[in-house]
Design a protein around this ligand. Structure first.
Ligand SMILES: NC(=O)c1ccc[n+]([C@@H]2O[C@H](COP(=O)([O-])OP(=O)(O)OC[C@H]3O[C@@H](n4cnc5c(N)ncnc54)[C@H](O)[C@@H]3O)[C@@H](O)[C@H]2O)c1
Length: 216
């Protein structure tokens, strides 16, 4: 049976890489993004690569928007709740993979809202995993470190290209693997969590950070 993967934030970065990976693995992918032009372009790109991809415009931070496209946090919360309801109603258990961050367990100056939100994603992952286990639905999360996506560009500056990033994280070895991740390296772990090889993972938040959280 063909699996269907709903990928939020699918127009760019980790979401696009995840849609590509799951699509190449044989899933029908539905990209959801609040940017319709980028979303349509991303779906077209994937189709041109042989992936069965479609796009739905939606803002996952809007409860009504999430409900309106029958799919199934705040973003992660609304989506997980709606998708879990749909799975239970259809007696078609699936898998939910949230995208957290290593910031979820750390303090960082000027990042209180982001870090707090990611902490909430971790706890949502654990609690939903407990609540949905009896329905056969597994819930886990990835916690990336630095990833080379458009999100790394702040005020026109790519933080991964700054002397500070190079000296501290690369040359200084704060990231033991001495580089940022490519989006596909996060996508492959998401694909693992979404697949049968992760059948005994429940409520895990998996760091995918080149070792950064070990040295933090
Ligand atoms: N890039 C990193 O270094 C990094 C590190 C840790 C965690 N993350 C997390 O990974 C996830 C993806 O980030 P990315 O680096 O791929 O970013 P990105 O900017 O490349 O892509 C994010 C996509 O999400 C879409 N989006 C944003 N808000 C939305 C909403 N409310 N509804 C629907 N779509 C929305 C954007 O339009 C964009 O296409 C985020 O949750 C981010 O916090 C990223």
């Amino acid at each position: 049976m063909t699996r269907t993967a709903l990928v939020t934030g699918g127009a760019s970065g980790i979401g696009l890489a995840t849609a590509r990976r799951l699509g190449v693995d044989g899933a029908r992918v539905v990209l959801v993004d609040r940017r319709p032009v980028a979303g349509v372009a991303a779906a077209r790109l994937l189709v041109s690569e042989g992936v069965d991809a479609t796009f739905i415009e939606g803002d996952v931070a809007s409860e009504s928007s999430v409900r309106s496209f029958d799919v199934i946090a705040f973003g992660a919360y609304f989506c997980a709740r709606e998708v879990a309801r749909a799975m239970v109603a259809a007696s078609a258990p699936g898998v939910i993979v949230n995208v957290s961050s290593i910031n979820s367990t750390r303090g960082l100056v000027s990042s209180s809202s982001y870090n707090a939100a990611k902490g909430a994603v971790d706890q949502l992952t654990r609690c939903l995993a407990l609540e949905l286990a009896d329905h056969g639905i597994r819930v886990n999360a990835v916690a990336p470190g630095f990833v080379d996506t458009p999100m790394s560009v702040v005020d026109g500056v790519d933080e991964l290209q700054t002397p500070a990033f190079r000296s501290v994280y690369v040359e200084g070895g704060r990231i033991p693997l001495r580089r940022a991740a490519q989006p596909a390296e996060i996508a492959s772990v998401i694909a693992f969590l979404a697949g049968p090889d992760a059948s005994y993972l429940c409520g895990a938040v998996l760091p995918v950070d080149g070792g950064l959280s070990v040295t933090f």
